[in-house]
Design a protein around this ligand. Structure first.
Ligand SMILES: NC(=O)c1ccc[n+]([C@@H]2O[C@H](COP(=O)([O-])OP(=O)(O)OC[C@H]3O[C@@H](n4cnc5c(N)ncnc54)[C@H](O)[C@@H]3O)[C@@H](O)[C@H]2O)c1
Length: 359
């Protein structure tokens, strides 16, 4: 089992910004990528935080990730936008796509944004949070173009990605409800984190390369690769399929149906639907009803083993408060990989180590 470093937020910020500058990114891109990745760690999703940087560095060196790219508009039909992410950093492309969708949803009451060819969009909740901050409800169906890693229901090998689904609802005077998860039992990055820490994964998440159940995360990290299982039986598997059909076939014009492949890039397709509650009727009535429902649901007496009924988004806010205060834990294997990635990008690993206070 590898040890954890606990890195104070300000130090981590400095260290990660130094690494990201190695991509040759403009200052705004450095800021967007570093802030988004660190935010994922702060919110408890280490799988989509700074531990992605080694993968990004390899994709960049291979030519699959383009720096300083922007979205281009392929189709503009008012409340329908089709965008190409030009294989740019998802942290920038996702924010630009949402900004365009937000402006249109304010103008037309709703907007459907079909985004294809974005490099890894990271934590999809970030995009629902951006929409919620603008007062909009949003839904996001996402597919993943990389090595297939998730088996279809009843299948014994991997046919698609961890296809996240996300929805966000702004709440008057309270934090928004942000439901954001991979449709696999666990996000693939969580198997990487478990593998790096020398831990096993929970039963029922993974099959090996012969289709047999296993708890060894290696079968999702190093060949021979098995497959993650979808959550919730045929229902979760159905949602995963919808993410591929909507985020992939419809939005991106590209689905995951090729085996293997050596490329390190990760592309996402995302179909986002943004709705302005005010345009749909009485905003105040919606807000009052939504708040009353949350209060009603949360008044349910806790079952044995549960503290209280939580709302989607609460867990991330709790993690963020804790980690902002006490620092971000980074396991030693992941940190070593980040230092190697720095070297790959021409950044002095010793300086990164010093920034993080680990020298
Ligand atoms: N870009 C990509 O290709 C890609 C692919 C897969 C996953 N992801 C991201 O990975 C991240 C992690 O996904 P995951 O599947 O591990 O998430 P998860 O299993 O931790 O589920 C997170 C969701 O469940 C909610 N939640 C957690 N505990 C709860 C409780 N007790 N009561 C009510 N709600 C609760 C959270 O608020 C959140 O909305 C997500 O941000 C997702 O977008 C991205």
């Amino acid at each position: 089992m590898s040890t954890n470093h606990l890195i104070p937020l300000a130090r981590l910020d400095t260290a990660i910004r130094r690494v990201v500058r190695g991509f040759g990114s403009r200052p705004e891109e450095v800021e967007a990528v570093a802030a988004n990745l660190i935010e994922a760690n702060l919110k408890g999703h280490d799988s989509h935080g700074i531990g992605m940087l080694p993968r990004y560095a390899e994709a960049f060196v291979e030519g699959g990730l383009k720096t300083n790219a922007s979205v281009s508009t392929v189709l503009d039909a008012g409340a329908l936008l089709r965008l190409d992410g030009n294989a740019g950093f998802g942290q920038v492309i996702g924010a630009q796509a949402m900004a365009l969708g937000i402006e249109r949803a304010r103008r037309h009451g709703c907007c459907t944004v079909a985004l294809g060819n974005a490099h890894h969009l990271g934590r999809i909740g970030a995009w629902a949070e951006q929409a919620a901050a603008a007062g909009l409800v949003s839904m996001h169906f996402v597919n993943v173009i990389a090595r297939p890693i998730v088996a279809p229901y009843g299948g014994a090998d991997a046919r698609f990605g961890t296809n996240p689904f996300c929805a966000g609802v702004p709440m008057q005077g309270r934090a928004p409800v942000i439901l954001d998860f991979a449709t696999s039992m666990i996000a693939q990055g969580k198997t990487r984190v478990a593998y790096n820490k020398g831990e096993t994964v929970a039963p029922g998440c993974l099959i090996d390369d012969r289709g047999q159940p296993t708890q060894n995360p290696r079968y999702s990290v190093v060949p021979p690769i098995g497959a993650l299982l979808t959550f919730g039986g045929h229902k979760g598997a159905g949602l995963a399929m919808m993410c591929e059909l909507l985020g992939g076939a419809l939005a991106a014009g590209m689905t995951q149906r090729t085996p293997g492949g050596v490329e390190r890039r990760v592309l996402n397709g995302m179909l986002s639907v943004l709705v302005d509650p005010a345009a749909l009727g009485d905003r105040a009535a919606f807000e009052a009803e939504a708040l009353s429902f949350l209060d009603w649901a949360q008044a349910s007496p806790p079952r044995e083993g549960f503290g209280h009924v939580q709302v989607a988004g609460d867990a991330e806010r709790t993690w963020k408060a804790e980690r902002t205060e006490s620092g971000v834990p980074v396991d030693a294997t992941t940190w070593a990989e980040i230092l190697r990635a720095a070297g790959l990008l021409g950044v002095d690993p010793a300086a990164v180590q010093q920034d993080a206070g680990l020298a």
